[in-house]
Design a protein around this ligand. Structure first.
Ligand code: BTN
Length: 246
């Protein structure tokens, strides 16, 4: 087992991602080390957002990886593998979940987990990856203006043991990371695509030209989203170039 054999727990931290990056500069951290906390004073989300999580209720972790075999041009494979690992874990407790491109984990139309992957790239290789995950487990009330948070407890009515969950989650992500190490890229891409939120469903989006109706048909090798607007008319989007109208 690479991921989860070394879990470093802290009662609170500014952000597990920030702490992990600092540790990487100062220390030798084993690949697969997980930094875990109960509470973040400045939890970071995508695009400069914050990440809300009630003290001791959810999983807040950063996983340290050294994915030397991945070309920086293919770095989205790391994001795909982590997303799939979270979905594999969730499927032990709920029947379905999906991945809202690029890497939000959804149950129905609600977000149960967010991922913040930070890769340090040196020349032609990835020096290290900090894969930050916020997975809502036992929280029942969310105070921020996040539109659609949900947790495993809200979905099942059950309370979960975070210590059991972190080991199960680590093991699920470890399986997907091993798939990546084995260069099973086609399987990873196919599994990721098959779980895409709104795959093949006509829905509403916004891009720089305004609102439009389209359907997600796939994700390119470098992680761009392909949306068909009319038969044969396919637009390709990078992160932040298209908004899902929820
Ligand atoms: C998102 O906006 O969807 C990404 C959220 C990522 C939150 C996690 S919580 C653990 C790790 N540390 C952080 O500061 N952020 C990530």
């Amino acid at each position: 087992m690479i991921i989860g054999s070394n879990i470093l727990f802290y009662e609170n931290l500014p952000s597990t991602n920030i702490f992990a990056s600092q540790q990487l500069k100062n220390n030798e951290l084993r690949e697969g080390t997980i930094i875990q906390t109960n509470y973040q004073l400045a939890g970071r989300g995508q695009a400069g957002n914050t990440w809300e999580s009630e003290d001791g209720k959810n999983l807040l972790i950063s996983i340290i990886l050294f994915p030397e075999m991945i070309n920086p041009a293919d770095q989205f494979l790391i994001s795909m593998s982590v997303s799939l690992g979270i979905c594999d874990f969730l499927k032990g407790y709920i029947p379905v979940c999906s991945i809202k491109w690029p890497n939000d984990i959804y149950v129905g139309n609600d977000k149960i987990a967010g991922i913040l992957i930070e890769n340090t790239i040196m020349g032609d290789h990835i020096e290290n990856t900090v894969a930050g995950i916020g997975l809502n487990i036992n929280q029942e009330k969310f105070l921020s203006d996040a539109p659609n948070p949900v947790s495993l407890k809200m979905l099942t009515g059950l309370n979960f043991d975070l210590n059991i969950c972190i080991h199960q989650l680590a093991s699920a992500i470890d399986c997907r990371y091993k798939q990546l190490l084995a260069e099973e890229f086609t399987s990873i891409r196919n599994d990721y695509t098959s779980l895409l939120y709104r795959l093949n469903e006509w829905s509403d989006y916004n891009d720089s030209a305004g609102k439009f109706t389209g359907r997600i048909i796939s994700v390119s090798e470098n992680g761009k989203l392909l949306i068909e607007k009319k038969p044969g008319n396919i637009s390709v989007y990078s992160f932040k170039e298209v908004d899902f109208i929820l």
